[in-house]
Ligand binder design. Sequence first.
Ligand SMILES: [Zn+2]
Ligand SMILES: [Zn+2]
Length: 102
Amino acid sequence: MTTITIDDRIGNIDIDGDGFGRRGCDWDDSVCTEMATYRIAFRQPEGSDRNEVKVFCQRHYAVWLARFITLHPLECHHSINSHIAEYGLIGSQKKLVDKAEG
Ligand SMILES: [Zn+2]
Ligand SMILES: [Zn+2]
């Protein structure tokens, strides 16, 4: 008899709605039906203990990051690290250190 081991690391993502541990892409400029495989966790203001997490398909993850990195310096003088806590492939995302500013 064969034992099947399920790698459940995708369960690291926050489950907002369906409870199945799977989420579609959070891209909201247009409908996207791809499964999300990348995540971005945003830092929350002091007093909140949870980062807000968005999950995207590979394409929208790249588009979102490209847009954020391009537009952010025009709109804000804080570092990108001050907004994004984690990014990357779900299950192996990288953490960003929030360096002191100025
Ligand atoms: Zn997408
Ligand atoms: Zn900023």
